[in-house]
Design a protein around this ligand. Structure first.
Ligand code: HEC
Length: 235
C-alpha cells in the first residue's frame, strides 16, 4: 500500500521529465535537419578563380587563359571569302553568296526598315526621320553611282561603315547583310522600273494596254505619264 501511494506521487514528475526529454530531441532533430538543408557543402565550396583574380600558377599571373592562337569556335569558321567579306579574290563582288528567295527579301526588308530606314528612308532616298531632324543626309540609293555599285559594296558598307556612317557588323549578321543588300536592289528597281519591266498581262491594270514597247531600257515619256496617272487613281 505504501508502495502504491509512493508511485502515485512520483508518476507526474517522471511523466513530466519524459515529455521534456522528448521535446528536446525534437528540437535537436529539427536543428540538424535545418542545418543539413542550409549547409549543403557538396559542390558549393570548391577551389576556383573568380574573374580577374590573379594566380601564381601561370607565369603571366593571370588565372584566365587567353585563346590559343588559331582556335576556331564551333560555327565560327568563316573561310568563305564572298559570304563573310563580300569579295572574290580581294575584289568587291557583284554576286550573292547564296540564292536570294522571296523569304530572304522579306527578311532584308524587315532588317532594312529597322536598321537603315531611320537615315536612308523607307524608299532609300536618304530622307529618313533622323535626317529630317538634322542628321547628315546620306546619298540616295537611286543615283547612277549606287545603282551601278556591286552588291558587295553594300555588304562592305554595312560591315565596315562608310565615312560618317558607323558599322552595323555587331547588329546585323553577315547573311542578313546580304539580305539587306538584296532589298536595296529591290528598292533601286522600284524607283527605276520601266513599263517594259511590267509583265504584259499586268499592264492593263496600269491602264497601259496601248503603248507598244519600243526600247527595253529607257522609259518612255508616255509610259511614265501613264504610270503616274494610274497610281494617282483612287483604289
Ligand atoms: C544614323 C544614320 C544612318 C543609318 C542608320 C544608316 N546609314 Fe548608311 N549612311 C549614312 C550616312 C550619313 C552616309 C554618308 C556617309 C558619308 O558619306 O560620310 C551613309 C552612306 C551609306 C551608303 C553609301 C555609301 C557610298 O558608296 O556612298 C550605303 C550603301 C549605306 N549607307 C547603307 C546603309 C545600310 C545598308 C544601312 C542599314 C544597315 C545604313 N546605311 C544605316 C547614315 C546612316
Amino acid at each position: 500500500m505504501k508502495r502504491d501511494s509512493n508511485r502515485a506521487t512520483v508518476w507526474p514528475v517522471w511523466h513530466h521529465r519524459r515529455r521534456l526529454r522528448l521535446s528536446r530531441i525534437a528540437v535537436a532533430a529539427t536543428a540538424v535537419l535545418l542545418l543539413a538543408a542550409g549547409c549543403r557543402l557538396d559542390m558549393h565550396v570548391q577551389p576556383k578563380y573568380v574573374p580577374d583574380q590573379p594566380t601564381t600558377f601561370f607565369h603571366d599571373g593571370r588565372s584566365e587563359r587567353p585563346e590559343i592562337p588559331g582556335t576556331v569556335a564551333r560555327g565560327q569558321l568563316h573561310i568563305d571569302e564572298l559570304r563573310y567579306n563580300g569579295t572574290i579574290n580581294g575584289q568587291v563582288a557583284n554576286e550573292f553568296p547564296f540564292p536570294i528567295t522571296a523569304q530572304d527579301l522579306a527578311r532584308g526588308q524587315q532588317r532594312y526598315n529597322i536598321y537603315c530606314s531611320p537615315c536612308h528612308g523607307y524608299d532609300g532616298s536618304g530622307r529618313g526621320m533622323i535626317v529630317l531632324r538634322g542628321f547628315q543626309q546620306p546619298p540616295s540609293y537611286h543615283s547612277d553611282r549606287l545603282r551601278n555599285a556591286p552588291v558587295g559594296h553594300f555588304f562592305d558598307v554595312i560591315t565596315n561603315g562608310f565615312g560618317n556612317m558607323y558599322s552595323y557588323a555587331s547588329r546585323v549578321s553577315p547573311d542578313d547583310r546580304w539580305r539587306i543588300a538584296a532589298y536595296i536592289r529591290a528598292l533601286q528597281l522600284s524607283q527605276h522600273a520601266t513599263v517594259a519591266d511590267v509583265p504584259l498581262e499586268d499592264r492593263a491594270a496600269l491602264g497601259l494596254v496601248s503603248a507598244p514597247i519600243k526600247k527595253k531600257s529607257a522609259p518612255l515619256k508616255e509610259d511614265l505619264a501613264g504610270l503616274a496617272s494610274a497610281s494617282a487613281k483612287p483604289k
